[in-house]
Design a protein around this ligand. Structure first.
Ligand code: ADP
Length: 265
């Protein structure tokens, strides 16, 4: 909106009743977007008004995972976000032709996030989830500047190497004075389809390690909010645009995700 003054970000105003969670991870592929989408769908099913900003510029997968096929429309200067499964969603992928890779630099990403927060018509949201790119990138700093009251949710796998980077990603919150609401351990074991045993595909302990490390650096107790097992139905739900918290709410993965949603909503 060249020339015009920047619109205020409603979620950053004093007295805003919207809880904002920035979902962060140290590296890609740990299930950060899956967690974001499933929490959003579960909260919406619980009757909350929920929005998701897909700020994972490099792997924008949120619309597909949510089944949000629609395109944003423009109504008088505001962007109307499509919604699916009860969740409003906006993604950088909706503004790039085809599947063109996004090669934007920091200032453009900051500007895009600013617009997603200020120029999208979200209405009165109870919860806004931001799916951040992996790592301690520019966007995490932008979120801290644009929505200082955003709380950080850290996703990690049980693997020690993944935990190390996740802890680093979380500790950025210390520098930006943001609250870390908790840690989600994803891919925490896989129930063997042939017997009752749990196969610890990615080892154990990553979630605790991140939570303990972040508790130490922040001087507050950072809890592990839940451990989500590996579940084919979770992956399928993502591929089909029907989150497992809705399609199989009582599956082990669905149940853990719904319990986490209950703690955050
Ligand atoms: P990230 O956002 O961290 O890059 P994604 O959410 O895109 O990770 O997940 C990466 C892949 O792993 C996706 O195909 C997703 O469906 C799958 N996945 C994530 N968590 C699980 C899980 N608990 N069980 C089975 N598949 C999972």
């Amino acid at each position: 909106r060249g020339g015009q003054a920047e619109r205020e970000i409603p979620f950053a105003q004093p007295g805003s009743l919207t809880r904002v969670y920035a979902v962060a991870s140290g590296k890609g592929g740990v299930g950060k977007s899956s967690v974001t989408v499933n929490l959003a769908a579960a909260m919406a099913a619980d009757g909350l008004k929920v929005g998701v900003v897909d700020a994972d510029i490099y792997g924008h997968s949120v619309p597909r995972m949510l089944g949000a096929e629609g395109r944003p429309t423009q109504v008088e200067n505001m962007i109307m976000p499509p919604s699916a499964n009860g969740v409003k969603v906006i993604s950088i992928g909706m503004f790039t032709p085809g599947n063109a890779p996004v090669v934007w630099r920091g200032p453009m990403l900051h500007r895009a996030l600013q617009q997603f927060l200020a120029d999208v018509y979200w209405g009165d949201l109870d919860v806004l989830l931001l799916d951040l790119p992996p790592g301690t990138g520019d966007i995490a700093i932008s979120v801290a500047q644009l929505v200082p009251n955003a709380e950080i949710l850290v996703v990690t796998t049980p693997q020690q190497a993944a935990a190390e980077v996740a802890e680093r990603a979380g500790s950025i919150a210390v520098q930006t004075h943001q609250k870390i609401v908790g840690v989600v351990e994803n891919m925490a074991g896989m129930p063997c389809p042939h017997c009752d045993e749990i196969v610890e595909v990615f080892g154990t302990g990553g979630g605790d390690r991140v939570a303990e490390g972040l508790s130490r650096t922040t001087g507050t107790t950072v809890p592990v909010l839940g451990r989500i097992p590996i579940d084919v139905r979770l992956r399928e739900g993502g591929d089909d645009g029907r989150p497992v918290t809705l399609s199989h709410p009582d599956s082990p993965a669905g149940a853990v995700l719904r319990s986490i949603a209950g703690k955050l909503g």
